[in-house]
Design a protein around this ligand. Structure first.
Ligand code: AMP
Ligand code: TRP
Length: 334
């Protein structure tokens, strides 16, 4: 059966961007059509300054939210990255496959390290090697498809390059995966800053909708979204990015086949459009919030899912990573 792998970092509360760009497809489509693994990639949360207690709390919250969103343990494997040693084990071999130059070219590294340095902070070495760990996450499972938002395209390309290079050098070991992106809302923008993606840590300006935001909070954030000058409602990503973002979100809320450019024709004012977007998002998140409240009351259930998920993941990854260890020339244990 086809293998699918994807992950989410516990670096902040999950956002509408995470949901529309990735999680919704995991729930609606991916878990039903393949052997699908979804991972709380907690090791990745240590690449920037972090608070240990917060990472722990956010990891559990992310798992609870993914179940609330509709991942079903009968249909997919949900687990925490650090519970499965094979990720870190394989990452080292891939560090011996990747080059320094390749790592330094990664857009996210360049942006994040520049920001960190501008603040006078230091950059952890793991921020540079992070895409290699991500490649290990993917390759350890013989993954064919990686459903992610647009921002991860470059990392999945790197993963492909590493798989091909490793296979050429040491014999066929890894499946070469490909990224898949949603048709709309592959990159949801910050409502206050449409030039940036809506990200977990960009909450200061109120432009980030979190999955657990109260309906009134969602409404307020949407109604205050930055739109562009002009009054007519047209879909133009380059010239009217704020408006295009709202139309993308609305199309995503309406579901399959909804086209943001066509939706634009249905509205004559920004106010009407925003009200409709706010309603759409509130309704989209309502069942998720309800289910989340139920699951929070049952932490034993979430623990059980993660325990079984890790066991299943280990079972899948171990033989493949062992094979890679042998292929590069490491002596088998005697
Ligand atoms: P992260 O929050 O970086 O761990 O991302 C988890 C998943 O959500 C990845 O597949 C991302 O590509 C996706 N994602 C994160 N932010 C957005 C966004 N603003 N729009 C679309 N997808 C996103
Ligand atoms: N780097 C991804 C992000 O920031 C998270 C991630 C880590 C991931 N490992 C992965 C996504 C493997 C897909 C597959 O969103």
């Amino acid at each position: 059966m086809k293998r699918i792998f994807s992950g989410v970092k516990p670096t902040g509360h999950l956002t509408l961007g995470n949901y529309l760009g990735a999680v919704r497809r995991w729930v609606d489509v991916d878990q039903h059509r393949a052997e699908a693994l979804f991972c709380i990639v907690d090791l990745h949360a240590l690449t920037v300054e972090h608070d240990p207690a917060r990472v722990r709390r956010l990891s559990r919250q992310a798992a609870t939210l993914l179940l609330a969103a509709g991942l079903e343990p009968e249909h997919c494997t949900l687990f925490v990255q650090s519970h499965v040693d094979e990720h870190a084990r394989l990452s080292y071999l891939l560090e011996c496959t990747a080059t320094d130059g390749e790592m330094r070219r990664m857009i996210q590294y360049r942006e994040k390290s520049a920001r960190e340095r501008a603040r006078g902070g230091s950059v952890r070495l793991s921020l540079l090697t992070y895409p290699v760990l991500m490649a290990a996450d993917i390759l350890a499972y013989g993954t064919e498809e990686v459903p992610v938002g647009d921002d991860q395209a470059q990392h999945v390309e790197l993963t492909r390059d590493l798989a091909v290079r490793f296979n050429q050098r040491y014999g066929h070991t890894f499946t070469v995966p490909k990224a898949t992106h949603p048709a709309v809302a592959a990159r949801v923008r910050d409502l206050q800053d449409p030039a940036s993606k809506m990200g977990k840590s960009g909450d200061a300006g109120g432009g980030v909708v979190f999955l657990l935001d109260e309906p009134e909070v969602v409404r307020r954030k949407v109604m205050r979204a930055v739109t562009d000058s002009g009054h007519d409602v047209v879909y133009d990503r380059a010239e009217r990015p704020g408006l295009a973002n709202l139309l993308d979100v609305l199309a995503a809320c309406r579901g399959a086949g909804s086209d943001p450019a066509v939706l634009a024709g249905e509205y004559s004012s920004y106010g009407d459009l925003k009200r409709e977007v706010a309603d759409g998002v509130v309704e989209l998140l309502r069942p998720l919030r309800k289910r989340h409240a139920e699951l929070v009351a049952d932490p034993g259930y979430v623990d059980g899912v993660l325990r079984e998920g890790a066991a299943r993941a280990r079972e899948l990854a171990r033989p493949l990573v062992d094979r890679a260890y042998r292929a590069v020339g490491l002596m088998p244990p005697v």
